[in-house]
Write a protein that binds this ligand. Structure first.
Ligand SMILES: [Zn+2]
Length: 442
């Protein structure tokens, strides 16, 4: 929280930043449209096979209409000649222009359908470019121009924060968050060097095998094994979100009957609600709708944070067991096809990218291998039998005597995959020692 005087300064700067961002975004989209309508662009589109030539031709079209990050920086400089310049320094302006350019690129590459201009108080972060001018970190405070010096509230001697404060700051991001009707500001320091690793999160040594299912993860190392559910705690929050979603839908339908087609009976004779009409519509949002919407947004934010911290914990647990991690290369699309939307929400994919990110900075090896050649979930290491199991079968129980929970067994085998092939001999050697560990896995 900041003083009333600082708050007033911050409010006008965030507002100026928002307007600058919107201006840059509008300009970027205008230039992008011109590029797309141009003959140069149309010609570039027709170039086939010659990748380099095609790329150069697109670049030419962009150049003619000044559609580039650099040109948008120049545009931001022009916008700053207005009242906005009194509130936003040139470095911060350039970062905003870059953000707007990136947003327009998403549309250009088909990654986003529509661009979104920032509505009143929807721009909640501003950042500097270097730590020498503009928004910067100086003598343990956030300084921005001569008017603004914000002293942080620091949590005691949190080692993570101390580590950050002792690193060289590349640039500072100023973030605004509204929590329970109070506005708080955060300074995020983007530092050089390695992220801090808590002593209890030291990296183990050896090979860890993982088996990641849509809602479970099996972790097997030399000295520990664990079968975990993907964040079951998140389930009730997801339920709440769905309930709010339904409430919003009911409220919208009740207040805007003109926006819906009439109810109908489907081919199976079931009564169905009318779908939303196509085309432009005006929505009349009731008070209860708006309150449900903000409650839902709040919950979603909490859920995302919660999931992230749970993933973080799981990743540290994995890294404590070893410094080489082996897992099947997973197709999450296939997952979703098989198991539906819940996969998207519990996001095993997010977990894997979290793992990779941390592993990279800690110098840990992550090896992904193909499921086609290994077939871990079907193989028995002892007798070599390869047999498909149904998803209902939760144990690996082979006639040769091997018995183990299925996911833990796959994770155990994953430790012995080299170059996309299971090294059966190695698995065999390790089995007698690992058996007890796997039986006892929590
Ligand atoms: Zn067997």
């Amino acid at each position: 929280m900041v003083s009333a005087i600082d708050e007033r300064v911050l409010l006008s700067r965030f507002e100026a930043g928002r307007q600058l961002y919107n201006a840059c975004l509008g300009e970027a989209m205008r230039r992008l449209r011109l590029v797309k309508q141009s003959k140069l662009y149309q010609k570039a589109k027709k170039i086939k096979g010659n990748k380099k030539g095609r790329y150069a031709a697109f670049a030419d079209a962009n150049k003619v209409y000044k559609y580039s990050e650099y040109d948008l920086h120049t545009f931001a400089t022009i916008v700053r000649r207005s009242w906005i310049g009194e509130h936003i320094d040139s470095n911060t302006a350039q970062k905003l222009a870059t953000r707007a350019f990136n947003a327009s690129q998403k549309v250009a590459f088909g990654l986003a359908k529509k661009i979104r201009f920032k509505g009143k108080s929807q721009l909640d972060s501003l950042e500097g470019k270097t730590n020498t001018t503009g928004i910067r970190w100086h003598q343990q405070a956030l300084v921005w121009g001569s008017e603004l010096k914000l002293q942080p509230y620091l949590k005691g001697n949190d080692p993570v924060i101390l580590h950050g404060l002792n690193s060289r700051v590349k640039y500072v991001r100023l973030v605004r968050r509204r929590l329970n009707n109070q506005t708080r500001y955060y300074a995020q320091l983007i530092c050089e060097g390695q992220p801090f690793i808590k002593p209890k999160n030291q990296i183990g040594s050896g090979v860890v095998g993982l088996d990641i299912g849509p809602s479970t993860i099996a972790i097997v190392g030399e000295t520990g094994a664990k079968l975990d559910l993907f964040a079951p705690q998140l389930k009730s929050q997801e339920k709440q979100i769905r309930r709010l979603q339904r409430r919003m839908e009911r409220s919208r339908r009740a207040n805007n009957p003109e926006n819906y087609n009439s109810d109908f009976v489907d081919s199976q004779g079931k009564q169905k609600k009318g779908t939303v009409k196509k085309g432009d519509k005006k929505w009349n949002d009731s008070k209860s709708y708006r309150s449900a919407r903000s409650a839902k947004a709040n919950l979603e934010r909490k859920l995302a944070a919660h999931r992230k911290s749970l993933h973080g914990r799981l990743v540290h647990e994995i890294l404590r067991l070893g410094d080489t991690i082996k897992l099947e290369k997973l197709s999450y699309k296939a997952f979703q096809k098989l198991f539906g939307k819940s996969v998207g929400k519990r996001a095993p994919g997010e977990l894997v990218s979290h793992l990779k990110r941390l592993a990279e900075s800690a110098g840990v090896n992550v090896v992904e291998f193909s499921t086609k050649t290994t077939k871990l979930s079907q193989t028995c290491h002892q007798c070599g039998t390869v047999k498909k199991k149904s998803l209902m079968t939760r144990v690996h129980k082979c006639n040769c005597g091997v018995l183990c929970q299925r996911d833990l067994y796959s994770a155990f085998l994953a430790r012995f995959v080299d170059n996309d092939l299971l090294q059966v001999d190695l698995a065999h050697l390790a089995w007698s020692g690992a058996q007890a560990l796997l039986m006892a896995a929590p």
